[in-house]
Design a protein around this ligand. Structure first.
Ligand SMILES: NC(=O)c1ccc[n+]([C@@H]2O[C@H](COP(=O)([O-])OP(=O)(O)OC[C@H]3O[C@@H](n4cnc5c(N)ncnc54)[C@H](OP(=O)(O)O)[C@@H]3O)[C@@H](O)[C@H]2O)c1
Length: 70
């Protein structure tokens, strides 16, 4: 799997294994978007790892899974 030059979306990326994967992809040179339900956890991750893109989203909610980015 090529970790570089990809655009990667990681659900549950604000902590734990999701964040660890996000950081690996980011450090390898990919654009990384993480999502989770808590805005403050996403902001914490973005502050710690500048370059991460974040989006508040509950993937258990079908409407939020398909909501377009504005
Ligand atoms: N197979 C393995 O070897 C292995 C190893 C490690 C972990 N895992 C599994 O991987 C999963 C994550 O583990 P973890 O330790 O990384 O847990 P964690 O630190 O609690 O991370 C879960 C992340 O998912 C987010 N999340 C939870 N529900 C969500 C939802 N409905 N929509 C969007 N984001 C959601 C949480 O943020 P919010 O609460 O803010 O949404 C949190 O950031 C678990 O199921 C664990 O069992 C498996």
């Amino acid at each position: 799997m090529n970790l570089s030059n990809n655009t990667v979306l990681l659900t549950g990326g604000a902590s734990g294994i999701g964040l660890a994967l996000a950081v690996r992809f980011l450090q390898a040179g990919s654009e990384v978007i993480i999502c989770g339900r808590r805005a403050e956890k996403l902001a914490e991750a973005r502050q710690r790892y500048p370059g991460l893109h974040t989006r508040v989203c509950d993937v258990a909610d079908a409407a939020e899974r398909v909501e377009p980015v504005r």
